[in-house]
Design a protein around this ligand. Structure first.
Ligand code: FES
Length: 145
Protein backbone atom coordinates (compact mmCIF):
# COMPACT_ATOMS: atom_id res chain seq x y z
CA UNK A 1 0.00 0.00 0.00
CA UNK A 2 1.47 3.36 -1.01
CA UNK A 3 1.45 6.39 1.29
CA UNK A 4 -1.50 8.13 -0.43
CA UNK A 5 -3.71 5.00 -0.28
CA UNK A 6 -2.73 4.50 3.37
CA UNK A 7 -3.71 8.10 4.28
CA UNK A 8 -7.03 7.79 2.40
CA UNK A 9 -7.84 4.55 4.20
CA UNK A 10 -7.00 6.07 7.60
CA UNK A 11 -9.04 9.19 6.79
CA UNK A 12 -12.16 7.16 5.97
CA UNK A 13 -11.66 5.01 9.06
CA UNK A 14 -11.40 8.13 11.26
CA UNK A 15 -14.43 9.71 9.57
CA UNK A 16 -16.42 6.53 10.12
CA UNK A 17 -15.43 6.51 13.78
CA UNK A 18 -16.48 10.15 14.19
CA UNK A 19 -19.87 9.53 12.59
CA UNK A 20 -20.45 6.54 14.88
CA UNK A 21 -19.55 8.66 17.91
CA UNK A 22 -21.99 11.37 16.79
CA UNK A 23 -24.77 8.82 16.27
CA UNK A 24 -24.15 7.29 19.67
CA UNK A 25 -24.28 10.79 21.17
CA UNK A 26 -27.61 11.46 19.45
CA UNK A 27 -29.06 8.18 20.67
CA UNK A 28 -28.40 9.08 24.28
CA UNK A 29 -29.46 12.74 23.96
CA UNK A 30 -32.66 13.85 25.69
CA UNK A 31 -35.73 13.64 23.49
CA UNK A 32 -37.39 16.95 22.69
CA UNK A 33 -41.07 16.40 21.87
CA UNK A 34 -42.90 17.88 18.88
CA UNK A 35 -45.53 20.29 20.16
CA UNK A 36 -47.96 22.95 19.06
CA UNK A 37 -49.16 26.00 20.92
CA UNK A 38 -52.95 26.27 21.14
CA UNK A 39 -54.47 29.21 23.05
CA UNK A 40 -52.59 29.12 26.35
CA UNK A 41 -51.69 25.44 26.15
CA UNK A 42 -48.80 23.44 24.79
CA UNK A 43 -50.20 20.36 23.08
CA UNK A 44 -48.32 17.15 22.34
CA UNK A 45 -49.39 13.70 21.27
CA UNK A 46 -49.13 10.90 23.81
CA UNK A 47 -47.25 8.95 21.13
CA UNK A 48 -44.28 11.29 21.75
CA UNK A 49 -43.57 9.02 24.72
CA UNK A 50 -43.19 5.95 22.51
CA UNK A 51 -40.41 4.84 20.21
CA UNK A 52 -39.52 1.65 18.42
CA UNK A 53 -36.15 -0.02 18.89
CA UNK A 54 -35.36 -3.37 17.30
CA UNK A 55 -39.08 -3.96 16.64
CA UNK A 56 -39.90 -3.36 20.32
CA UNK A 57 -42.21 -0.63 21.53
CA UNK A 58 -40.45 1.32 24.27
CA UNK A 59 -41.96 4.02 26.49
CA UNK A 60 -40.02 7.07 27.53
CA UNK A 61 -40.51 8.07 31.17
CA UNK A 62 -40.22 11.72 30.21
CA UNK A 63 -39.73 14.10 27.30
CA UNK A 64 -38.45 17.66 27.15
CA UNK A 65 -40.68 20.41 25.79
CA UNK A 66 -39.25 23.64 24.43
CA UNK A 67 -41.27 26.78 23.95
CA UNK A 68 -40.24 30.32 22.98
CA UNK A 69 -42.04 31.72 26.05
CA UNK A 70 -39.53 30.13 28.38
CA UNK A 71 -35.76 30.31 28.57
CA UNK A 72 -35.73 26.80 30.04
CA UNK A 73 -37.26 23.56 28.76
CA UNK A 74 -40.17 21.86 30.50
CA UNK A 75 -39.60 18.37 31.88
CA UNK A 76 -42.79 16.41 31.18
CA UNK A 77 -42.95 13.12 33.04
CA UNK A 78 -45.55 10.44 32.56
CA UNK A 79 -46.91 9.11 35.87
CA UNK A 80 -49.65 7.02 34.23
CA UNK A 81 -51.94 7.26 31.18
CA UNK A 82 -53.88 10.24 32.64
CA UNK A 83 -51.32 11.87 34.92
CA UNK A 84 -48.32 13.89 33.80
CA UNK A 85 -46.00 16.21 35.71
CA UNK A 86 -44.65 19.33 33.97
CA UNK A 87 -41.70 21.07 35.65
CA UNK A 88 -39.72 24.10 34.52
CA UNK A 89 -36.08 23.03 34.37
CA UNK A 90 -34.80 26.19 36.04
CA UNK A 91 -32.91 25.68 39.29
CA UNK A 92 -34.50 27.71 42.07
CA UNK A 93 -31.08 28.51 43.56
CA UNK A 94 -29.53 30.72 40.86
CA UNK A 95 -31.34 29.80 37.65
CA UNK A 96 -29.08 27.25 35.98
CA UNK A 97 -30.67 24.72 33.64
CA UNK A 98 -31.22 21.35 35.30
CA UNK A 99 -30.21 17.97 33.84
CA UNK A 100 -32.42 14.89 34.15
CA UNK A 101 -30.45 12.10 35.84
CA UNK A 102 -32.35 8.92 36.57
CA UNK A 103 -35.25 9.79 38.85
CA UNK A 104 -33.84 13.24 39.66
CA UNK A 105 -33.20 16.64 38.15
CA UNK A 106 -29.69 17.77 39.01
CA UNK A 107 -28.16 21.23 38.80
CA UNK A 108 -24.69 21.33 37.19
CA UNK A 109 -23.85 24.70 38.83
CA UNK A 110 -23.85 23.98 42.58
CA UNK A 111 -25.29 20.50 42.86
CA UNK A 112 -28.90 20.97 43.98
CA UNK A 113 -31.14 17.99 43.34
CA UNK A 114 -34.90 17.78 42.82
CA UNK A 115 -37.19 14.78 42.67
CA UNK A 116 -39.10 14.07 39.47
CA UNK A 117 -42.04 15.78 41.22
CA UNK A 118 -39.98 18.98 41.59
CA UNK A 119 -39.34 18.72 45.33
CA UNK A 120 -35.91 19.81 46.63
CA UNK A 121 -33.83 16.82 47.73
CA UNK A 122 -30.45 18.48 48.21
CA UNK A 123 -29.42 22.12 48.80
CA UNK A 124 -28.26 24.80 48.18
CA UNK A 125 -31.70 25.28 46.52
CA UNK A 126 -34.45 25.60 49.12
CA UNK A 127 -37.54 26.12 46.92
CA UNK A 128 -39.29 23.45 44.86
CA UNK A 129 -39.42 23.78 41.07
CA UNK A 130 -42.08 25.77 39.24
CA UNK A 131 -44.67 23.51 37.66
CA UNK A 132 -47.54 23.67 35.20
CA UNK A 133 -50.99 22.18 35.41
CA UNK A 134 -51.52 19.36 32.90
CA UNK A 135 -54.55 17.58 31.47
CA UNK A 136 -55.09 14.81 28.92
CA UNK A 137 -57.60 13.29 26.58
CA UNK A 138 -57.35 10.01 24.63
CA UNK A 139 -54.78 11.41 22.22
CA UNK A 140 -52.97 14.41 23.71
CA UNK A 141 -51.28 15.88 26.74
CA UNK A 142 -51.92 19.57 27.47
CA UNK A 143 -49.57 21.79 29.45
CA UNK A 144 -51.49 24.82 30.69
CA UNK A 145 -49.39 28.00 30.64
FE1 FES B 1 -28.56 25.36 40.88
FE2 FES B 1 -26.97 26.86 42.34
S1 FES B 1 -27.93 27.38 40.46
S2 FES B 1 -27.57 24.85 42.71
Amino acid sequence: MDRQTFLKTCGFACLGGSVMTLLEGCASAEYVAQTILQDRKIVLKKTEFIYIQKDKRIERKYVLVRNDKFRFPIYLRKQNEQTYTALLMECTHRSCELNPQGEYLVCPCHGSEFSNQGVVQNPPATRDLSYFKTSTDDENVYIHL
